[in-house]
Design a protein around this ligand. Sequence first.
Ligand code: PLP
Length: 393
Amino acid sequence: MAQISTRLTTLNGPGSDGWNVFYRARRMKADGQNITELTIGEHDIGTHPDILDAMHKSASGGHTGYAIVPGVSDLRDTIAGRVECQTGVPTNRDNVVITPGGQAGLFAAHMAACTPGETALFIDPYYATYPGTLRAVGAVPHAIATDAANAFHPTPEALAKTPDATSLLVNSPNNPTGTVYSKETWEAIADFAQERDLWLISDEVYESQVWAGAHVSPRSLPDMADRTLVVGSMSKGYAMTGSRVGWIVGPKDAIAAIIDLATNTTYGVPGFIQDAATWALQQGPALETEVAAPFARRRDKVLKVISQQKRVTAIPPQGAMYVMLNIRCTGLSGEAFANALLDTHGIAVMPGESFGTAAAGHVRVALTIPDEPLVQAIQTLCTFAEDLSETRA
Ligand code: PLP
């Protein structure tokens, strides 16, 4: 009997499936139940009509054949210009490859960095696919735990305790915590990457959604451009999740190697999607600001509800489209609380445990429904947590 490779049968690793609440909520909804979904990072708006017009014009103008594998020159140039402007590091199209979304970018960046069997470091809490992506390239994932008390920033001490490795994957603004790394944290990460001679893979898909502090790309830090692979995407910043278009920016030799990988795997990204992305990126910040605005507004509203009671606490997110709530007052794990909230009130949130061990006892709320039902759902969640805490006391 032909067997499925161990690379795929072991992709998800050991432990419970953190997506259980999400799938259960989807099934309940399909069965006709009224479910408030605050789970995944999908906008409640579609792609802007003007971006769709640009896509349509390109496709009806004939850009429907194979696009060149590294990505169309206009898009690579536009991204190079944007990154050079953000980082001050000279960047041109040879530093850029277009990928089918940030997820494919994370995979390709690790394919460039890690030889099978080598250790790939990443920070816990983390975006749920990270360990599987690292296993998919044959690397051995190693999580570096952070602490809510330190706003989930990695500390120099935690970095120092890690085993020998080849790469470190970081994500700021962070999913799930909303943490935006400070200058000190970036300096500690850069020192560590240089001391250990690591590739730094920087997932910056939320770069346009910063509510406090400022986004720093480690490509801008002294002596880091030659060891940093920046992963970007149109998904979050432009509500283009379904278009599957992103990029990697890095040293030319690594980008050339990733283009070889693309030739043998994805064979590029549809030209009309790339033309629409080019058009959107060339409009200046207005479109990104429009997409980001509801998340900033909803974040403030959620924090206001949290401030009006004493049981559930939040570390105010500095960026991205989520709020992490600490529900330890209930005595339940994030997973048990999320399941109980779904069963009792039809509200679906992601257990903190879906994102590693450091966020246990938390739930992640996606700010992806209109303001009024969101505020109502958070009020219900807080009252539910309060009732559970009182029953426990
Ligand atoms: N990185 C992070 C931190 C994410 O949250 C996501 C999606 O939720 C991705 C990468 C992948 O995004 P995409 O492949 O849509 O660009």
